[in-house]
Design a protein around this ligand. Structure first.
Ligand code: SDX
Length: 428
């Protein structure tokens, strides 16, 4: 039996054998190096949706779908969500290590200073109708951002691409908050450099003109620390996720040499779909349309019906064939916040009934369909007074650091090439 690290394929029509190197990673499945397969055989590998394809090498995020494991730069998501915060997570993804106290302070200060938008960009919001979905505004504003900053980026100059990354991470929350305020027809609240990243975003969303918080019974109800912590944890859980659909789009745009910010804008557009990041908004809409625990069985039956395109939003995942570790953390957070944040217990009961029914139903068990990150997010965000149409923008705020980190890794990878797959032609 041969022991070398190769993989041999035989074309049984001719008996010809083709040998390919097996590339071992540091963890997870190995990969067969298929780059010369078409040149060797005149055939393509066929893999719609890339279910068995590694599109790149990466050291950013590791997922074990069977174990339900997620690590950023080798650190378990559970550690980051409970012992660190979103800013530490951003620093870790960008720099491969957690920050020292001084590095954390410098990074925090830089993001606070970069949170402001060019005054010219503010005019863009007026081009949108009040009922414009904030994801449309967000994608357009980030594309517009590319025209405000030089596109000739020297990827070999660390200071340059670090500045490019910090800028977009810092400005996304401001753009998202402005899109929300525009949709209500109320004045924008400028970023406040005295506030942390996450508290600043909640303030830009909620404050009255002049930056004053809601006037409770003649007293200012400031934003509670428990609310900031909950949203910060949600940002951390969404920071990156290997080669998901929107990250694949970001890398695809990176491969053509377009401006990094239009790559991020493309990622925002891809994330919007309800099969991807748009699911968090659909989950709440679905829980509301189910309406009561008694109706759950009927909707579960629809999800199982092959003739009904209804799907259980927040369930299933291409990689996780066990509980999504992020969903586990969010479920625990939801139970902790039930009292302190006054979560909508009826929606929680419907969600719990869906989970209990699905996890005991062979249709879901046999297909290894479990709750994913989107299943629990919406109930917590609703309690933070964030409207449904802002759930996916919240996902964008968390994920932007992952997209820009993946963009930088793509640019620095000597094996990177323009993304140009082929096809199995079935036409005339
Ligand atoms: C995210 O990739 C990532 O990492 C994404 C993400 C990230 O952080 O970037 O994790 C974020 O996008 C989470 C997923 C959010 N989407 C949803 O919750 C939408 C509902 N889920 C499905 O649309 C679906 O599960 C996907 C899109 C998430 C995964 O689709 P796959 O891997 O292509 O699976 P599939 O469509 O081939 O389904 C396999 C089977 C099918 O049944 P059969 O044809 O075998 O009979 O499972 C069924 C599907 O019909 N199925 C479901 C289902 N999800 C899959 N049936 C009912 N309800 C569902 N939700």
């Amino acid at each position: 039996m041969r022991q070398d690290n190769t993989f041999t394929l035989t074309d049984n029509r001719t008996g010809k054998k083709y040998e390919y190197a097996i590339k071992e990673g540091s963890r997870g499945p190995a990969a067969v190096d298929m780059r010369t397969f078409f040149k060797d055989t005149g055939m393509f590998s066929y893999d719609p949706g890339y279910t068995s394809t590694a599109s790149c090498s990466s050291s950013i995020t590791f997922i074990d779908g069977e174990k339900g494991e997620l690590r950023y730069r080798g650190i378990p998501i559970e550690t980051l969500a409970t012992e660190h915060n979103y800013l530490d997570t951003c620093y870790l993804l960008l720099n491969e290590t957690l920050p020292t106290d001084n590095e954390r302070l410098q990074f925090d200060l830089e993001l606070r200073h970069r949170a402001f938008l060019h005054e010219g960009l503010r005019n863009l919001f007026n081009a949108f109708p009040d009922n414009a979905h904030p994801m449309a505004t967000l994608s357009a504003a980030v594309t517009a951002l590319a025209s405000f900053y030089d596109e000739h980026l020297d990827i070999c100059d660390e200071a340059e691409y670090t500045e490019m990354a910090s800028r977009i991470i810092a400005k996304i929350p401001t753009i998202a908050a402005f899109a929300y305020r525009h949709s209500l027809g109320i004045p924008f609240i400028q970023p406040d450099i005295d506030l942390s990243f996450t508290k600043n975003f909640l303030t830009m969303m909620r404050a009255y003109p002049g930056g004053k918080m809601h006037l409770g019974p003649l007293g200012h109800e400031d934003i509670k620390e428990v609310e900031v912590r909950a949203l910060d944890t949600i940002f951390t859980l969404h920071a990156d996720h290997e080669q998901n659909a929107s990250t694949t789009v970001v890398r695809g745009v990176a491969s053509t040499g377009a401006h990094p910010y239009v790559a991020i804008a493309s990622g925002i557009s891809a994330l919007w779909g309800r099969a991807h990041g748009g699911a968090n908004e659909s989950v709440i809409a679905q829980l509301e349309s189910i309406g009561s625990v008694e109706n759950v069985e009927k909707f579960i039956a629809r999800a199982k019906d092959p003739n009904d395109d209804f799907r259980l939003m927040g369930f299933g995942h291409r990689v996780y064939k066990n509980f999504d570790p992020r969903a586990k953390i969010l479920k625990k957070l939801q139970d902790e916040l039930k009292v302190t944040l006054g979560l909508n217990s009826e929606l929680m009961e419907i969600a719990a009934k869906i989970e209990e029914t699905a996890l005991n139903d062979d249709y879901f068990i046999s297909r290894k369909l479990y709750p994913n990150v989107d299943f629990y997010t919406g109930i917590i965000l609703t309690a933070l007074k964030i409207p449904k149409n802002m759930f996916t923008p919240i996902f964008v705020i968390g994920r932007t650091v992952g997209w820009i980190t993946q963009w930088i890794e793509f640019k620095k990878d000597p094996e990177s090439k323009i993304a140009r797959p082929r096809q199995l032609y079935t036409g005339k």
